[in-house]
Design a protein around this ligand. Sequence first.
Ligand SMILES: [Mg+2]
Ligand SMILES: [Zn+2]
Length: 208
Amino acid sequence: MKIEPKDPLQASTQNSTETTQSRPTLRTVFLDRDGVINRKMPEGQYVTSWQHFDLLPGVPEAIARLNQAGLRVLVVTNQRGVALGLYTAADVDAMHTKLQRVLSVSDAHVDGFYFCPHDKHQCNCRKPLPGLFEQAKKQFPEIEPATSLVIGDSLSDIEFGHNLGLQTIFLEGDESHRQHQKPGASKAADLADRRFPSLPDAVDYLLA
Ligand SMILES: [Mg+2]
Ligand SMILES: [Zn+2]
C-alpha cells in the first residue's frame, strides 16, 4: 500500500476546506550521509573506509519506511577527504555499494548517491552549493524543489536546502552529541523548518 504523505511540514489543518498554502506532496528526500545515516567522526576526521562506517540505530528501518511510502531517497554528501588524499572516489563508491547491500537486508535502498570529492571553493557541488541537486535532477528530471526535502546535521545541509527552496530538517543528535556540535549548529537549527534528534524521529514525523 502506498502512503502519500500530505503537507509533511505544514501544521495539518483539521479542516480540509482550508486550502490556502498547501504544499504539494513530498516525493524526494535528500539525506546527508555522515551524522544522518552513519555516526559522524570527530570534527576533522573522515570516514575513510567501511571499517569506520558506523550505521546509526534504526536507520535501515527508517529508510525502508521512506521506500515503502513511495518516496525517492537520495544521498548527498560532501567528501572533502578525497581532495585531501585520505581516500579515493572509488573508496566512496565501494562504501556506498556496501551500504546498499547492508540496507537490502532490511528491505531498504537508496535510489542515488551523489558526493562532492572537492576541497572548499573549487566547485559547484560542495554543499551548500547546488551541484549535487543538479546532478540528481539530471538523473531524475521529475525532481522539483517544492516536492523535495533535505535532512542533514550541518549548516551546509540546511543552507543547501534553503537556497534551493527545499524543505529542511535539521538533526540535532542526542544529548551527548549536542555538547560537541560544530559552529553553525544553532544557526542551522534556526534556519531549518523542523528539528529532530535522529533520522528515525524525522521519518516518524513525515509519515505520521
Ligand atoms: Mg553530516
Ligand atoms: Zn564538488
